[in-house]
Write a protein that binds this ligand. Structure first.
Ligand code: AMP
Length: 380
């Protein structure tokens, strides 16, 4: 990523940025780079490939977004940067952040994902978008229709690579990578580094620099982690109690299945809580509306499956409630990473039912005993 065209440099906590980008950052209210930004931005600006182990909440979007908007040439109406994300929600969030960062540089972005109308995407591409953010399926769609070309891509980001793997997108990702020039610069971000992701990195990246931001370091210090033993059949009543006791300003309640999400939402509505649900079977439009309300702070309670809520960037989530315990400790850490963003305090509450002992033991190990038990008044 050499040849940044703009001359005047401005300082962002020790990083040298062009004036239009520094101005956008100031307008976004960022005063200092986060840890991942301080480490990543110089590497990417120097043109190196990079492998970043970091989660949502660390500021990783701007960590790759800032170099991206510095690199892209607004004068050339071809796709120069491509960002791949596993979900529509994440793609639209990344796109929003990049558009803000690019505000004073006259760069066009197209957001390309399934479930959204083709018309707008086609128009953005036709108008010469220089940055494309999207999910793998829809990007392949455009490639096979000939409505998007990637032969001038210089900068490629894979975000939440482990999630793409979980969701079965790896073959699509490889297909897309093969349509871009080998000379491109590549950055990969992932909360965890499973073998398949490391193999992908080895195959498609040039001598990448590795960066790690450890999730434990963030979560243990700032999130109050509580678990309650509760019988499966008592969970609804337990949830009601907890919501009344904690009065969360903004909470996400995670359930394992879509059926459970619907059931819990109905139960809470019947108890007069202001609550909405999101899961994969809902229309994109509905999910976007609910998410927008939640982000604006107009909706205090959101019930979601893990996949639906994956990668959501919601500031100031005061409570994460694991109505069903996550099956892997990584998923637990990822979830509670949504609270206590950027130094704010948060509470993570987990229900432990009859068959959850193994999952609980694994989580306890992963967070070094930062989890404490409380008793539900339900049980006297
Ligand atoms: P991310 O990990 O990219 O999802 O970012 C998490 C949140 O941190 C987002 O709401 C960003 O707007 C915010 N953020 C990113 N970088 C900074 C920064 N340098 N200073 C303050 N907030 C930031």
């Amino acid at each position: 990523m050499q040849a940044v065209a703009h001359d005047v440099k401005e300082d962002f906590g020790g990083l040298e940025l062009s004036a239009p980008v520094a101005r956008a950052i100031a307008e976004m209210g960022y005063r200092e780079p986060t840890e991942i930004q301080a480490e990543t931005i110089p590497i990417l600006l120097a043109g190196r490939d990079m492998l970043g182990q970091a989660q949502t909440g660390t500021g990783k979007t701007a960590a790759f977004g800032i170099p991206l908007v510095e690199l892209v040439d607004p004068e050339r109406p071809v796709v120069q940067a491509l960002v791949l994300a596993p979900t529509r929600e994440l793609a639209s969030q990344i796109s929003e952040e990049i558009q803000k960062l690019a505000m004073h540089r006259g760069i066009r972005t197209a957001t390309v994902y399934g479930g959204a109308p083709m018309g707008r995407q086609l128009l953005d591409l036709k108008l010469g978008a220089q940055v494309v953010v999207g999910t793998p399926g829809r990007i392949l769609d455009h490639l096979s229709r000939g409505t998007m070309r990637l032969n001038e891509v210089r900068y490629l980001i894979l975000d939440e690579a482990d999630r793409m793997l979980d969701m079965g997108f790896m073959p699509d990702v490889e297909r897309i990578l093969r349509r871009t020039p080998r000379t491109r610069q590549t950055a990969l971000f992932s909360a965890t580094m499973p073998l398949v992701v490391r193999i992908l990195a080895r195959r498609h990246m040039k001598d990448p620099v590795s960066i790690q931001v450890k999730p434990e370091e963030r979560t243990v210090a700032e999130v109050d982690q509580i678990y309650y033993e509760v019988a499966q059949q008592d969970k609804p009543a337990g949830l009601e109690l907890i919501l009344k006791e904690h009065q969360p300003e903004r909470a996400i309640i995670f359930c394992r299945t879509q059926v459970a999400v619907d059931r819990v939402t109905r139960f809470l509505r019947a108890r007069k809580f202001d609550v909405e649900a999101i899961h994969g079977s809902m229309s994109q439009q509905h999910r976007e509306r609910v998410m927008a309300d939640f982000r604006r702070g107009e909706l205090p309670l959101l019930v979601a499956t893990n996949v639906a809520a994956r990668g959501l960037d919601i500031n100031e989530v005061s409570h994460v409630i694991n109505y069903d315990i996550p099956e892997e400790s990584e998923s637990y850490i990822h979830r509670i990473g949504r609270t206590a963003r950027m130094g704010r305090d948060g509470v993570a509450i987990t229900f432990v039912a009859e068959w959850d002992e193994d999952a609980l033991a694994e989580i306890k190990k992963a967070v070094n005993g930062a989890l404490r038990q409380e008793r539900l008044t339900l049980y006297g």
